[in-house]
Design a protein around this ligand. Structure first.
Ligand SMILES: NC(=O)c1ccc[n+]([C@@H]2O[C@H](COP(=O)([O-])OP(=O)(O)OC[C@H]3O[C@@H](n4cnc5c(N)ncnc54)[C@H](OP(=O)(O)O)[C@@H]3O)[C@@H](O)[C@H]2O)c1
Length: 312
């Protein structure tokens, strides 16, 4: 997948594995994961997103069980995982200095020899790019990771890491959706008073586009607030109504419109789907088709309704 190839759906595994407590996985959690993975595969998803912390490691463990049940699946998909956040109370919350051990633990839970892409989950204020580079080189030389990505990082932070990194940084995963629009507002509100409170790091989209870094959107469904889950504000209600109108007019699902809005953006954003409900996963199937068919007027109608105020 090159940086310029079209946006594609990624399946996010944070909802798999049972509750957010350490411990063994249950047969029911493995069955739930198998059904979600089957639904994702049925709509053409080929990339599965993990993190070592999801459900205290249980997301990776149930996924490993699904791989065991499905001969040949590992070779047909890409797996990415993340490290850099620690949930254990007696440890610093952010940690990018124990990457090798974290990846070894993820590989053991997943029951695989390698992950396709390792993402550094969050910026660590004590991060030393040269130390990260040593760990990444060691993992790559051992065949345990094939590519490197980051998450929740600005363009400047990626550039800083890239100076030392032995591998190109090929992914940046950020929260982006119809509900989380600071990334697009930041490109519109340059030199405008309304942009004063926008904290999205300017230039990040442009850095990624210029340097072969694919954008992945976490929270892409906005937790369903535009496709059937309860809305929280008048703007969400209004945008949800626009989504429904477009979905009916185009004979598609609301999920496909919500994701199509993201994928229509020229930054080529890959939405990461977080639903573990097979019906909702299948409802995303039409997203790329809807992105390709979405007119400029429709895109702006959704954006402005979700903003809840006109553009300057
Ligand atoms: N890099 C990071 O820092 C980061 C942070 C968070 C997440 N992620 C990744 O991104 C993925 C997606 O993130 P996300 O889970 O926050 O976002 P999401 O896909 O926007 O939301 C999924 C959640 O919303 C619920 N939902 C969706 N549609 C719904 C509807 N119509 N009615 C009721 N509930 C609905 C789902 O419940 P059901 O399961 O019942 O459908 C699920 O709990 C995660 O799986 C993970 O892989 C990355």
């Amino acid at each position: 997948m090159t940086p310029t190839s079209p946006a594609r759906l990624v399946y996010g595994c944070m909802g798999l594995g049972g509750d957010w407590t350490p411990g063994p996985v249950t047969p029911a959690a493995i069955d739930q994961a198998a059904a979600a993975v089957e639904a994702a595969l049925s709509i053409g998803v080929g990339v599965f997103d993990h993190a070592d912390i999801y459900r205290f490691g249980k997301a990776e463990t149930v996924f490993g069980e699904v791989l065991k049940r499905t001969p040949g699946l590992r070779e047909r998909i890409e797996i990415q995982t993340k490290c850099g956040i620690r949930l254990d109370a007696d440890h610093a919350p952010y940690d990018l200095c124990t990457i090798v051990a974290r990846v070894d633990d993820s590989l053991a839970r997943l029951g695989v020899d390698y992950v396709d892409t390792l993402l550094l989950h969050r910026p660590d204020p004590l991060l030393e790019p040269a130390d990260v580079a040593v760990a990444v080189a060691q993992l790559h030389a051992a065949g345990k990771i094939r590519a490197l990505g980051v998450s929740n990082m600005s363009g400047a932070q990626i550039a800083f890491l890239q100076r030392e990194s032995p591998l190109p940084i090929v992914v940046n995963q950020l929260e982006m959706s119809l509900g989380r629009r600071d990334w697009v507002d930041s490109t519109v509100l340059v030199n405008h008073p309304d942009g004063a409170s926008n904290t999205f790091p300017h230039g990040t989209l442009e850095y990624c586009a210029s340097n072969g870094v694919r954008l992945q959107a976490w929270g892409a469904l906005a937790q369903g607030r535009y496709s059937g889950a309860p809305t929280r504000t008048a703007a969400e209600e209004a945008a949800s109504a626009v989504v429904t109108t477009l979905a009916e007019a185009k004979n598609t699902t609301r999920e496909a419109i919500v994701l199509g809005w993201l994928m229509r953006h020229p930054a080529r954003i890959d939405p990461v789907l977080g639903s573990s409900d097979p019906t909702r996963i299948r409802a995303c199937a039409d997203a790329a088709v809807q992105a390709a068919a979405m007119t400029r007027d429709e895109w702006f109608a959704l954006y402005i309704a979700a903003r809840g105020r006109p553009l300057p």
